[in-house]
Design a protein around this ligand. Structure first.
Ligand code: AOS
Ligand code: ZN
Ligand code: ZN
Length: 424
């Protein structure tokens, strides 16, 4: 199935009714802000969709299949094409090897091009043993005490980079499940040393225009310790690798109540925030819809991201990605909801009166500081998103358009109700 420009145009024509930015425009003008520039920033914000988020289940969870879900990489790209046609915000895919091994590279590139999709960061997988694997990752991969497992994991990452090169990707994300479930199981120092050594080898084998993103996570699947447990460890490893190695922040990978916005600020000040995985959670790495649980926190994080993008020019433009998993909802609807939450938080951060905030901070006027942030957060910015969508050719209300075009029904007609997605 494909959504045409005419369909979107007709939909927007029927739904153009109510969005009004006059009041907000006046307010922004009084702060010396240009609303058109803000709308353009919203249009430019592109978020990669992970290939594993298009079917039900995904990542490391159990699966209950969802009607019409994609069963091949080609179909995954078509699904992202549908989301991108509706939102114009999902112009990239993040692939996972070996879940998405492309058989015909040119064919895959053609489908991506046809759907306006770029190849963002490649993801390696050394947290599962594949059938016919020569070495096991049961007791670790890049951190392993077993040299053969370590080398096998390094080779896999180099292979992923090679596949990514053919597709036009420019970065590799490494997330490790390496760690221990019980005290004494591993030697912390040796595990960290081996991880650093392995990452350096991978980094040394990447093309010179590639970036390495190192993801951290404090728990799960190893419940006593993970070798890359926090941003500090990731930052240290990135520094050991070199200039093109960065930390990747996944919103779900923190202990409860961690101040993620402060981590973001610290990394950007040091020019080391490379990648970002959006999701939301109540307890931990729950991979729920972005903004579903802690929207104010998401706004505070975006507030630091916007400040960092303006101030820390030595920090590269971060690679944005959704990292979520869908068990109950239509995955495409969930992704559209996530994109909406991301853009709302971004727009709210863009309208923060930064000059007034700086003055209030200089005067130690804590109440005013707090009021300025809350004023932005309490502003309904959905009119800005609608204006951006009309300009970029997206559907003014992507979720409503998705339902009115009967996308899921069409996909079920094409692909059937019981599909087994590849690799997951
Ligand atoms: C796992 O918890 C991490 O969030 C990974 O980024 C991701 O979910 C995984 O690599 C999917 O394969
Ligand atoms: Zn992640
Ligand atoms: Zn995760």
């Amino acid at each position: 199935m494909k959504i045409t420009k005419d369909q979107i145009f007709d939909f927007n024509d029927k739904n153009k009714s109510s969005y009004e930015n006059d009041f907000l425009n006046k307010k922004l003008q009084s702060q010396g802000k240009n609303m058109d520039e803000i709308i353009q920033k919203i249009i430019d914000f592109q978020v990669a969709i992970p290939s594993w988020a298009l079917g039900a289940g995904g990542t490391r969870f159990g699966r209950f299949s969802f009607g019409g879900e994609p069963s091949s990489l080609e179909q995954k790209l078509e699904d992202i094409g549908l989301i991108h046609a509706l939102t114009k915000t999902a112009g990239a895919v993040s692939l996972h090897i070996p879940w998405d091994i492309p058989e015909d590279i040119q064919a895959i590139k053609d489908i991506a091009l046809d759907n306006g999709i770029l190849f963002d960061a490649m993801n390696s997988n050394t947290f599962q043993d594949q059938p016919n694997a020569k070495e096991s990752y049961k007791y670790g991969s890049l951190n392993s005490i077993n040299q053969a497992s370590r080398e096998y994991a390094v080779e896999h990452n180099i292979e992923v980079v090679k596949i990514g090169e053919k597709l036009g990707s420019k970065s590799l994300t490494v997330w490790l499940a390496d760690g221990a479930s019980f005290p004494g199981q591993i030697n912390f120092q040796k595990a960290l040393y081996n991880t650093e050594d392995s990452l350096k080898t991978i980094y040394g084998n990447m093309p010179e225009d590639w970036k390495l993103f190192i993801e951290y996570k404090p728990y799960e699947p190893n419940f006593y310790s993970t070798t890359i447990q926090d941003w500090g460890t990731s930052f240290m490893l990135a520094n050991a690798c070199g200039d093109r190695a960065y930390t990747l922040v996944d919103l779900g990978h923190h202990l409860p109540n961690t101040n993620i916005e402060q981590i973001v600020a610290t990394l950007m000040m040091k020019g080391k925030l490379g990648g970002f995985h959006f999701n939301d959670s109540k307890y931990g790495d729950d991979d729920l819809t972005v903004g579903a649980i802690k929207p104010y926190n998401l706004f505070l994080i975006f507030n630091e991201l916007v400040y960092g993008m303006e101030q820390n020019k030595h920090n590269p433009y971060p690679a944005w990605m959704i990292d979520a998993s869908h068990n109950i909802k239509d995955p495409l609807e969930d992704l559209i909801q996530s994109l909406e939450a991301i853009l709302i938080a971004y727009a709210q951060a863009l309208i923060v009166d930064r000059k007034a905030l700086e003055i209030a901070q200089l005067e130690n006027d804590t109440v005013t500081c707090q009021e300025i942030l809350q004023d932005a957060y309490r502003t309904d910015v959905r009119g800005l998103l609608k204006a951006a969508r009309v300009q970029s050719g997206a559907a003014i209300d992507p979720l409503k358009a998705y339902r009115s075009f009967n996308v899921r029904k069409e996909l079920i007609n094409e692909r059937g109700t019981k599909v087994v997605a590849t690799g997951l």
